[in-house]
Design a protein around this ligand. Structure first.
Ligand SMILES: [Zn+2]
Length: 380
């Protein structure tokens, strides 16, 4: 298993409103630091550190990542993420070290008739236009970290296609230590600690590299990719991105009636040509591991039937039994069982997989939980 890490992902640090209180965000740099340390102390793994800190952060279409971000998100949303903190600092609305937080949200019920809402001129108001909750504060380094995180997803996709094309055996699996996570943000709204949707970036990047690698030109959308979302929370942003797309199967196991509250229901099965290519498997909070694994078997059977060429795993450790924001009855050894269940499923073992880090907020348990997951994944 190749592990990708970028130190620029550690720069983002912000505050959030949780349970009516303003606190240091639970999604913090230490989450990735402890995972990197655990992997480096484990003889079985090596961490490849990508250094993109000096990357030109200008939003140009010349760079591949910029091109893919423009396929993933609205241009004005990307510009907002990149510039809002600096604009608020120069208007003396926040200090250099403070975060910009949304205040007034773009609720459809506030717009009359067929008038489409526009970004407000007022900077205080504009932060709410591009967010759907108060967990996505923007600090000076947020854009740099979010781009680095998306860059890891892109690099994972590149490596998978490269080794796939050269027919190296066994096919590579790549773990990208993405931070901030990605599966909640939509094309034009941050939310749930997510700013850029890393799994959507991975799919777009797989399409791009695959198109480059194959000699016969084909439609990029003909590539079949399955996304298995194992975070405790439903990946509303990822579901939204591919809801009408039959070439991407999205499967999620998540806490029933939990954040993000308005999506993740069983009857959300896709739309138009995408009907039947979205599978939500909600599970009661605190459900034991056996019930989780039963859902996982349904998920893997659906993926096997879909016969994807690539698998993207949105891996969250907020399914852990002590997590403050999630919890199923999963302890450290449970992650080995979860990974093993995925890999032992008929037809899934040989599919190249990009595993992208999503949530998980009990910092001291993230290292052991990741090692347990990788043990189960690699021993099959
Ligand atoms: Zn989560």
């Amino acid at each position: 298993m190749l592990v990708l890490h970028d130190k620029a992902t550690l720069l983002h640090h912000t505050v959030e409103v949780v349970s009516f209180k303003l606190i240091k965000a639970l999604e913090c740099p230490e989450r990735v630091e402890v995972i990197v340390k655990a992997l480096e102390n484990d003889a079985a793994h090596s961490v490849q550190v990508l250094d993109t800190t000096d990357r030109d952060n200008e939003l140009t279409t010349e760079r591949l990542l910029d091109k893919i971000l423009l396929q993933t998100h609205d241009t004005d949303y990307l510009t907002h993420l990149r510039t809002i903190h600096e604009n608020c600092v120069s208007s003396a609305m926040v200090g250099e070290d403070e975060s910009v937080l949304p205040e007034c949200f773009n609720v459809p019920a506030l717009t009359f008739g067929n008038r489409s809402s526009k970004p407000p001129k007022d900077l205080y108001a504009r932060t709410g236009y591009y967010a759907f909750d108060m967990s996505t504060g923007i600090c000076k380094e947020t854009w740099t970290s979010a781009v680095a995180s998306a860059g890891l997803a892109l690099e994972a996709a590149r490596l998978l296609v490269q080794t796939d094309a050269s027919q190296e055996q066994p096919r590579r699996n790549v773990l990208a230590l993405c931070r901030p996570p990605g599966h909640h943000c939509t094309t034009k709204m941050a939310g749930g600690y997510c700013y850029l949707n890393n799994s959507v970036v991975a799919v777009q990047a797989l399409r791009h590299f695959r198109l480059q690698a194959t000699s016969t030109p084909s439609e990029p959308s003909s590539l079949k990719v399955a996304i298995l979302d194992l975070d405790f929370h439903h990946g509303n942003g990822t579901q939204f991105a591919f809801y009408q797309d039959p070439s991407v199967l999205y499967v999620s196991i998540h806490g029933q009636d939990e954040y993000p509250y308005y999506s993740g229901h069983e009857d959300e099965i896709g739309d138009g040509p995408g009907t039947g290519f979205n599978l939500n498997l909600p599970l009661a909070v605190k459900a034991p591991l056996e019930e989780y694994l039963a859902k996982l078997k349904i998920a893997t059977q659906r993926i096997r039937d879909f016969q994807p060429q690539y698998l993207v795993v949105s891996l969250g450790f907020d399914t852990f039994h002590l997590d403050p924001l999630g919890n199923f009855g999963v302890d450290a050894s449970g992650y080995e069982a979860i990974a093993r269940t995925v890999r032992e499923s008929d037809g899934l073992h040989d599919i190249p997989a990009a595993i992208l880090l999503e949530g998980g907020y009990v910092v001291e348990h993230l290292g052991p939980n990741m090692l347990s997951f990788l043990k189960g994944w690699e021993q099959v």
